[in-house]
Design a protein around this ligand. Structure first.
Ligand code: M6R
Length: 362
């Protein structure tokens, strides 16, 4: 039920503090300060991870890659399932194949998972539909507890997937001796803050209301980010495309000079996602380049980032948080922006044209 919300998507965006909390509670022990895979999993028995997924789930996978590599030192490849399944990938023994899927039924992701199983790899599925085909067929099922997601544009399933991947990356880091008990407890404490900060991040809605009418008039929109904010930029662009039918592209901020900067003009909003982290300074210089060329920058950041925003950038200030949970806390801003732009345009938010909730045929 939609309750007091106009659309399922709006409700599901606001469900995220709860869906994130419910999901994390299956992976974290707050008393012991430890992270674990439900049912247990030995991350010392694998050498690398191959993530396969489509659409939004693949962007969650890309965020997971940063965390697994940075925290656990585990090499991770992420590939769109429709490409992976047809290219005869050379997968090494010792690879854990992980399918990420809200529905657990997406045809390409399922085919990629089966392909990996046939090759003798251990398979896992991060799924929201716990009775789905992927949930049944994978050796290991890692549930997200987002509850039913009705809106075609995925929101709470995405943040639940990112929550699971983050918790598992912490568990893997601890098992592989990359972090000690105190570091694990600190990371778990940050993760436990995520639901509250996600709730706080929904307050950006006022700032979004002020900016959405301008975005609704644009023909093209660029989204930029670095590090884990790069996949979030891709996700922001996908959300806008799906429900508002505005052409949008996500780019790694460092790629700006290699092409997309040619698109920058007064008509093309450039949305930059840059919380305070190791990449912030570099992204500021990208923003300055855009502004110097007459581009309109909208910066999604935290309070410290807002204080260091280049002159001319308009700022949406999300809560300050540890970088490990920044993808979760920043996600609400891009979702709300796409949502309000689509509402202004009068689009059918929950049933965008040409799209199905679950793509079970190729
Ligand atoms: O059910 P799945 O997570 O496997 O679905 C994957 C994609 O089809 C899905 O994320 C799609 O990109 C959404 N419409 C994104 O909002």
């Amino acid at each position: 039920e939609k309750g007091n919300y106009r659309h399922f998507m709006e409700k599901e965006i606001h469900d995220q503090p709860d869906s994130c909390r419910n999901t994390l509670s299956a992976y974290l022990d707050p008393i012991a300060g430890k992270a674990h895979a439900p049912g247990g999993f030995d991350f010392t028995a694998i050498d690398r991870i191959q993530i396969v997924a489509c659409g939004t789930a693949s962007y969650a996978g890309q965020i997971g890659r940063y965390l697994f590599e940075r925290l656990a030192g585990l090499p991770v490849d992420v590939e769109i399932a429709s490409e992976f399944r047809y290219r005869d990938p050379a997968v090494a023994k010792g690879t854990l194949a992980v399918a990420v899927s809200q529905s657990g039924e997406t045809a390409d992701t399922l085919a990629a998972l089966r392909w990996c199983k046939d090759k003798g790899l251990t398979t896992a599925a991060i799924v929201n539909a716990h009775q789905s085909t992927m949930a049944r067929e994978a050796d290991v099922m890692w549930p997200t507890h987002a509850g039913p997601e009705i809106g075609v544009a995925s929101t709470k399933a995405f943040t639940a997937q990112v929550s699971v991947l983050t918790a598992l990356a912490v568990a893997a880091a601890a098992q592989r001796g990359r972090i000690d008990a105190a570091q694990e407890a600190a990371l778990v404490a940050h993760l436990l803050e995520a639901p509250r900060l996600l709730a706080e991040s929904l307050h950006v809605e006022d700032a979004i209301h002020a900016i959405a009418p301008e975005i609704a008039k644009a023909r093209d929109v660029l989204y930029l980010g670095r590090g884990p904010m790069y996949p979030l930029a891709l996700e922001g662009a996908l959300k806008l495309k799906e429900i508002s039918y505005i052409h949008a592209e996500g780019y790694a901020a460092g790629e700006l000079k290699h092409g997309p900067i040619a698109l920058v003009d007064e008509q093309t909003p450039v949305i930059v996602i840059a919380p305070t982290d190791d990449f912030f300074e570099k992204t500021v210089s990208n923003m300055s380049e855009v502004i110097a060329r007459g581009g309109r920058v909208i910066l999604i950041t935290d309070a410290q980032g807002a204080a260091h925003a280049p002159e001319g950038a308009r700022v949406i200030t999300a809560p300050t948080c540890d970088p490990v949970i920044a993808p979760l806390v920043m996600a609400a801003s891009i979702q709300l922006l796409a949502y309000h732009v689509a509402v202004i345009k009068g689009a059918d938010v929950d049933q965008p044209r040409n799209l199905a909730k679950s793509v079970t045929v190729e």
